[in-house]
Write a protein that binds this ligand. Structure first.
Ligand SMILES: [Zn+2]
Length: 400
């Protein structure tokens, strides 16, 4: 354990951070909670400067097994978080380095934060971001991101996509495990389904390779930004997708370069416009306003409690709304606020779901002609059929 001057930060319910549970058993308060926020120990090199580099940045190593064509995108996604850190007073808080081919350390070495690239036969998720902390303070000591190759292939995890029983089970399991330090994230699943749906729609309309590549690129950006968010201490924000209207999401100029929701920590649906001629960005390519605000809360070296409270008091601004897994309505009878939801998009879910139903119905009509090739197996047809059905079920769940 490090012996340093790290200052603990107590959790606040308006912002979503992972915490180590601490309850003051000597307190007579009805809220004797002192849960410790998980965050990195960032200190300004120059404490007097408005924006300074940290003494010790968060250094990420990209595993040398990462395919060359994906490396710039992965790096770009990690560094997107520096936009948020700059608002908290830090320049170059995140640094990405390449694990040299001659490295004498293993990617599994806990002294290194590694962006792993793996291809497992039974990958649990497309990507996940575990970290470990000092239990006495909440200081994050190390983290890794596991990126699974299956996420970028057309291999469907059938038992996950079509077995409704396993879906329900997945939806019922709480994000927090008993020891409170472990977290499960299904972003990889949602993201893979989104990408497969997007590809199917693009293939059916004979879209260019360029467009298909853009979809994959945006999907990877969104997934990595989400997983990096976890390693910075952030938990989910399933309410963030309320930020824009369906009209705004169908305005390609308006959404260009933006996060499509308030936060990359949501499990948002892919942005596919009903009017296919209006298709703009598919997924998040930047961190959202909530993400920036949340990083400001945990990482700004505040001069006073008042400054911190002033920041927290902005929580009622529409772009900063927050609700996590504890309050989402992903399964019947769970929670009460329909805005806190997974797999949804926009502040008008009924319109959004109707659009998806119509899009899926239209594609179903042409499925056989578009996705079966003379002399080849029906595997591709079957795959797309599953993907479409799953999207219909997602859209129905979001507007029940
Ligand atoms: Zn997650």
């Amino acid at each position: 354990m490090p012996d340093n001057d790290y200052e603990i930060l107590v959790d606040d319910p308006r912002v979503g951070y992972f915490t180590t549970q601490v309850t003051d058993m000597t307190s007579t308060s009805s809220t004797p909670y002192r849960d410790l926020v998980h965050r990195w120990n960032l200190k300004k090199k120059d404490p007097t400067a408005a924006i300074s580099e940290p003494v010790n940045p968060v250094v990420w190593w990209m595993e040398n097994s990462t395919p060359k064509e994906w490396r710039p995108i992965i790096k770009d996604a990690v560094l997107q978080w520096n936009v948020a850190f700059e608002k908290a007073g830090f320049k170059n808080a995140m640094v990405v380095k390449m694990q040299p081919d001659s490295a004498d350390w293993d990617a599994g070495d806990i002294r290194y934060n590694v962006l792993r690239w793996t291809s497992s036969p039974r990958a649990p998720f497309g990507g996940y971001g575990p970290s470990f902390v000092n239990p006495r303070t909440g200081e994050i000591l190390g983290a890794d991101i596991m990126l699974e190759y299956v996420h970028f292939t057309n291999r469907v995890l059938y038992e996950k996509v079509f077995d409704l029983k396993s879906v329900e089970k997945e939806f019922e399991s709480p994000i927090f495990h008993k020891d409170m330090n472990r977290v499960s994230c299904s972003m990889g699943h949602f993201s893979q389904e989104n990408t497969q749906f997007g590809s199917a729609v693009l293939l059916a309309e004979n879209a260019s390779d360029l467009k298909l590549k853009r979809l994959k690129r945006e999907s990877m950006m969104a997934l990595i930004m989400h997983e990096i968010g976890h390693t910075l201490g952030l938990n989910h924000n399933m309410k963030a997708s309320q930020l824009f209207s369906p009209e705004q999401l169908a305005d390609s100029n308006f959404i260009k370069g933006k996060c499509l929701t308030g936060s990359v920590m949501d499990y948002a649906a892919i942005n596919l416009t009903r009017d296919r001629s209006k298709q703009g960005q598919f997924e998040d390519v930047a961190v959202g306003p909530y993400d920036i605000w949340a990083i400001q809360f945990a990482y700004t070296p505040f001069q006073s409690e008042k400054d911190k409270n002033n920041l927290l008091n902005r929580s009622t601004e529409p772009e900063l709304i927050f609700g996590n897994d504890a309050d989402d309505m992903r399964s019947p009878g769970k929670a009460i606020d329909p805005r806190v939801m997974v797999g949804d998009l926009s502040n008008d879910q009924i319109t959004y779901s109707n659009n998806i139903f119509e899009l899926v119905d239209e594609m179903m009509k042409e499925l056989k002609t578009k996705f079966s090739i003379e002399g080849e197996s029906y595997q591709e047809l079957r795959r797309v059929y599953y993907v479409l059905n799953r999207q219909r079920s997602n859209a129905a769940r979001c507007c029940f």
